[in-house]
Design a protein. Structure first.
Length: 97
């Protein structure tokens, strides 16, 4: 899955959820970033309220329901910097992707 495909799926999920109250950035390391704020989703590397560092492969597993977000966090596959409450609120977003 390309970043553009991830961005499009996330746009649909964010819009159907009514938008995000705070911004979040998914940092895939060398594979780029996906930034979401409100109902806007892009590949722009902007400052966010919450940054989630995860490999692109693990992100795809999270969004497809094959990897539990809490298990990913506890095992170190997913790291959260900034506002942890933003990360906690993303579970319903992932379930709609």
């Amino acid at each position: 899955m390309t970043n553009e495909e991830i961005i499009e799926k996330m746009k649909t999920a964010v819009t159907s959820a009514g938008g995000l109250d705070k911004s979040v950035k998914f940092d895939f390391g060398d594979d780029g970033v996906v930034f979401a704020s409100g109902t806007d989703v892009s590949g722009e590397d902007s400052d966010a309220d919450c940054t989630i560092s995860v490999t692109k492969e693990d992100f795809i597993s999270l969004s497809s329901g094959n990897l539990d977000p809490m298990m990913a966090f506890m095992s170190g596959k997913l790291k959260v910097a900034g506002d942890m409450s933003v990360a906690m609120g993303l579970q319903k977003l992932f379930s709609s992707m």
